[in-house]
Design a protein around this ligand. Structure first.
Ligand SMILES: [Fe+2]
Length: 216
């Protein structure tokens, strides 16, 4: 897979995980690809893993999916509580990262608070739009409601803008959604964490290239 060849350590996912049917087979062999932990069971693959970093640290990653305006899945707050009871920072893993894949900001913020002090970072995904609320919460967990996407922002959440507009305007010539292929922006968050506590020390957003850099 191209991302792993490029140096990606772990890939989390969301509601589109089974769009390509072969992923159901692929995920049983590739443990670095996670599907949401709280998918309705039975589901192939895992939603959580502990991975070895290049500097020999144990990094736990869990992928959760929200319940509001999303594909039906088990209660995300119950899944989060169970995880907090089972996987402890500095005992089971040196660092813990939570990807909260969800549509609404309130649900993502509440999950952030639930995990505060218990994991290194809680970051949201799914909306494709980076939020400016990146911070370290009261008890030391890094947080951002949404990391944004890596893609062309001169678009409608990464899809061709003219075609998307046609769809919204109910124009019969609209086609199935297809990606915008202009210059991409890389969007994400760098979290620096304390080796002793496993908690965050510094958060730094990344917005590089493409239309998000052309703000003036
Ligand atoms: Fe999504």
């Amino acid at each position: 897979m191209i991302f792993f060849k490029a140096g990606t350590d772990v890939i989390t996912s969301g509601n589109h995980i089974w769009d390509e049917k072969e992923t159901m087979e692929f995920i049983t062999k590739e443990k670095r690809l996670l599907r949401p932990q709280n998918l309705i069971q039975p589901s192939p693959g895992e939603g959580f893993g502990i991975f070895q970093s290049k500097n020999n640290k144990k990094v736990a990653v869990i992928n959760l999916m929200g319940n509001v305006f999303m594909k039906k899945c088990d209660d995300v707050f119950q899944a989060a509580k169970k995880f907090i009871e089972e996987v402890k920072l500095k005992k089971d893993a040196d660092f813990i990262v939570v990807d909260m894949h969800g549509e609404i900001t309130s649900e993502k913020m509440a999950i952030g608070h639930l995990f505060d002090g218990k994991v290194t970072a809680v970051v949201g995904t799914h909306t494709h739009v980076p939020t400016s609320d990146y911070k370290i919460m009261d008890k030391g967990t890094a947080y951002q409601t949404d990391l944004g996407m890596c893609g062309d922002y001169n678009s409608v959440i990464g899809m061709n803008k003219d075609n998307s507009l046609k769809k919204f305007l109910k124009d019969n010539s609209a086609r199935r959604h297809f990606p915008a292929t202009g210059e991409a922006t890389i969007s994400g968050l760098i979290v620096t964490a304390d080796d002793t506590t496993g908690l965050a020390q510094k958060v730094q957003p990344i917005i590089m290239g493409g239309s998000l850099q052309r703000r003036s």
